[in-house]
Design a protein around this ligand. Sequence first.
Ligand SMILES: [Zn+2]
Length: 260
Amino acid sequence: MDCMKTRDLLHGYLDQELGLASVMAVDRHLASCAACKKIFDQQSALQSAVRRHAAYYTAPAALADRIRAKISRAAADTPAKADKSRWQWLQFGQWFQLGAAVAATAAVTWMAAFQLNGPSQDELIAEQVITGHARSVLTDHLADVATSDQHTVKPWLSSKLDFSPPVTDLTTAGFPLIGGRLDYLDNRPVAALVYRRHQHLINLFVWPDRMSDHTTPMQAISKHGYHLLHWNEAGMTYWVISDLNPAEIQIFAETYAGAK
Ligand SMILES: [Zn+2]
């Protein structure tokens, strides 16, 4: 993929709207082109800043009432009631205010609709988890450190990350550890632990929770033919994904959560 095509796709790439093939093509180009990578970094920083700092407001019910009152007042007034030029100014002033109010309401409503209909944070992360899993399987890049030895995988990941993910070999429970690798999710480097169940691969993504130390129950999500399980515990966020059936994923997650 060339620079022009990459830059065309950059917004879609940042918004996670591209298909897997395009994501991988953009990935490859960004890895080898410093100029496009620089543009990507700038846009990514801008996107994060907007997400972090943009204010959202819900339109107060009183605003709608005020607009309705203005409309009925403007409709009730007739030129005959007042001096013509004064009326024209009044009319202009009223419609100007009304227009501004309508514009403000439209903007607020649009933002509210965007908030309500836009994907939730979990859905956005789920999409990234699926992409990360599919990429690791399709490119056969499952592990940066390929060993079932948890005492090798954990220190390797800890040395590359600013946290230490819990790593446990679950061979005795039927889920042998394949290894670990670095991945990038939710705008940060994360640990990816890879396990196997018969011929099925399991990716377990771990990174520190934004809200420290809150615990959420396991939540199952099914998307694009994959089954995901997600929970928070003791300051860490966990996402499991596999093409295993949901029941076996649940067993894996509970075994892992119980063993670590
Ligand atoms: Zn380029």
